[in-house]
Design a protein around this ligand. Structure first.
Ligand SMILES: Cc1ncc(C[n+]2csc(CCOP(=O)(O)OP(=O)(O)O)c2C)c(N)n1
Ligand SMILES: [Mg+2]
Length: 554
């Protein structure tokens, strides 16, 4: 049976269980998607087309692959705009499939922008379909890379979507993805060191979520009686009401990072970036680095011992080894939980206080506290924006299930929260989905709000409206910040609830603390009927949050 490349790709996507594709026109595969009955979620710009698919892969822990299409080929404005989304997906290690038009044979080198070189800098693999017969092969390779090893974006460029091939010559079979188990000798050596340490600490990264290993992490932590911190991107990999949970950031996390003599890192690159910790006094600590990829071993810090393999298989092997050595009793380490509780209570005291504040303008922590009260934390999704909402929510928001909260941002690209909230609604339609943003994130979202109305996506956008760009550093004022570039028109000058209300959203503007909970309840209620909501909370400028250790002002 002879079919064209675009149709072949669509049929393979269906075989791979892809239920929808996000897009911004144009891409020559799109008409085939339409003909073959693959729903398209049309965003309002190319960056968001990538970001929604990227977020879907993150939120499902890679168990369902997000796929997007956008304009490519010669002089492709779409691809240049999509680049921002791909760069973020690459830096954050998200397994998203990007399909685009390729530069046709005979046209390479005629424009200034070198498509292939640019795409290679933001992908785990850039596939160029130079011959129609190779369609099944390249799709097989793409899904192999999306489902195996270190996660990252894969790009497929199709220079001639109408070329034809024989579909029966190389019949496509879905790719399962493969995992590797660690070397048992490495597991033994790691356990030797772990059992000898006085103050070990588990440092869990997002690899735990991609490996579906949250339960295994909990089981190991309990067996060895070791406190746990998670990275921003792994927030929720460990239940945050667990007695061994220390935090993502803040004084209690600093206390444990400083105090530890051994760090058992699992599923984390251990890369000190803008939004992660540095390891204090690394030379004085034993770093056991469990990772799926050798790329991160001995990076920045000397690795005392590496355990290479899938996070779930690694955690299981570590647990089995500890059990065997201790006749199932695990590591006896005194009352670790009581110390964790005391450190958390001390570290969180000042935030818990403002979470109950009645001041006006509203303290942003009061909004976060009330949000936690309103949501069923085992059946909802919340994400932050770049800016204070990231720093504050990752300090205090209690995440009880993996992906009940999406922390994101090795590179923290403004506007991603809307894409994440959309992807969460697609992944778990029954869950409430909330994006918390400042004015800069909102600005990036505005053009895409129409999508929520068109697609009947019942999502709530919570705006912490404080009339300025807080950005990084100590806040809106003071040394180290940007005094000339923070002020924008604030709630006294612009009423965003009217602007977004005119689009068709349910909107409210809240300036009284007592009104926060009722307003949130009304918004979530409206969401149940597929109508999006926007609530503007008139807040004070309160740039206070937990710091990253060893990163200066973060
Ligand atoms: C695409 C992009 N450009 C620039 C930045 C740098 N940046 C981080 S936060 C921020 C301003 C945030 O202000 P706002 O949205 O009002 O949040 P607030 O901190 O006031 O809550 C900027 C410009 C970024 N994260 N992403
Ligand atoms: Mg702001």
């Amino acid at each position: 049976m002879t079919i064209d490349v675009a149709t072949g790709i669509c049929r393979i996507l269906k075989q791979e269980g892809v239920g929808w594709v996000s897009t911004f026109p144009v891409c020559r595969v799109n008409n085939a998607l339409g003909r073959e009955g693959v729903p398209m979620l049309m965003m309002r710009d190319d960056r968001y087309a990538v970001a929604v698919a990227d977020a879907f892969s993150r939120i499902t822990g890679g168990s369902r692959i997000g796929v997007c299409t956008f304009q490519g080929g010669v002089n492709a404005a779409g691809m240049q705009y999509a680049y921002a989304g791909m760069a973020q997906a690459y830096e954050d290690g998200s397994p998203v499939l990007c399909i685009t038009d390729g530069v046709p044979a005979g046209s390479s080198g005629n424009s200034q922008y070198d498509v292939a070189s640019a795409m290679k800098t933001v992908s785990k693999w850039f596939g160029y379909l130079d011959s129609p017969e190779r369609t099944p092969e390249l799709m097989r390779r793409a899904f192999t890379m999306l489902r195996s090893g270190r996660p990252g974006p894969v790009i497929l460029a199709i220079p001639n979507a109408t070329a034809t091939y024989d579909e029966t010559a190389d019949p496509y079979r879905p790719v399962k993805g493969w995992k590797s188990a660690p070397d048992p000798a490495d597991v033994r050596a790691a356990v030797d060191q772990l059992l000898e340490a006085r103050n070990p600490l588990i440092y869990a990264g997002e690899g735990v979520i991609y490996a579906g290993a949250a339960e295994d992490l909990k089981a190991l932590a309990e067996l060895v009686n070791v406190p746990v911190i998670t990275t921003l991107k792994a927030k929720g990999a460990f239940p945050e009401n667990h007695p061994l949970f220390v935090g993502v950031r803040g004084d209690q996390v600093a206390h444990y990072l400083n105090k530890s003599d051994l760090i058992l890192a699992i599923g984390s690159s251990l890369s000190p970036g803008r939004f992660s910790h540095g390891i204090p006094d690394p030379a004085k600590k034993t770093i056991i680095h469990c990772n799926v990829d050798e790329l991160h071993i001995n990076k920045m810090y000397p690795t005392a011992h590496a355990v290479i393999g899938d996070a779930r298989l690694t955690l299981q092997a570590l647990r089995q080894e500890v059990s065997g050595r201790t006749s199932g009793a695990g590591r006896n380490a005194g009352d670790v939980a009581a110390e964790v509780k005391a450190a958390r209570d001390q570290g969180l005291a000042r935030y818990r206080q403002v979470m109950n504040s009645d001041e006006t303008p509203i303290n942003p922590y009061r909004v976060y506290g009330d949000l936690m009260e309103v949501l069923d934390l085992k059946n909802s999704f919340v994400t932050h924006e770049s800016g204070n909402t990231r720093d504050q929510l990752s300090t205090v928001f209690d995440t009880l299930i993996p992906r009940g909260f999406l922390g994101w941002g090795n590179v923290s690209t403004l506007g991603f929260s809307l894409a994440a909230a959309i992807a969460a609604k697609k992944a778990f339609p029954e869950r409430a989905s909330v994006a918390v943003t400042g004015e800069a994130g909102l600005g990036y979202m505005l053009g895409n709000l129409e999508v929520l109305l068109r697609e009947k996506l019942g999502i709530t956008v919570v705006h912490i409206s404080n009339g300025g760009f807080a950005g990084y550093g100590p806040g809106f004022w003071g040394p180290g910040h940007d005094p000339f570039t923070h002020r924008v028109l604030g709630p006294d000058e612009v009423d965003m609830s009217k602007v977004i209300g005119a689009l068709g959203f349910h909107t409210e503007r809240v300036s009284e603390p007592a009104e926060i909970i009722p307003a949130l309840r009304r918004a979530l209620d409206v969401n149940n009927s597929g109508r999006p909501a926007y609530i503007e909370f008139i807040c004070c400028q309160y740039p206070v949050y937990g710091q990253w250790v060893g990163r200066g002002e973060g």
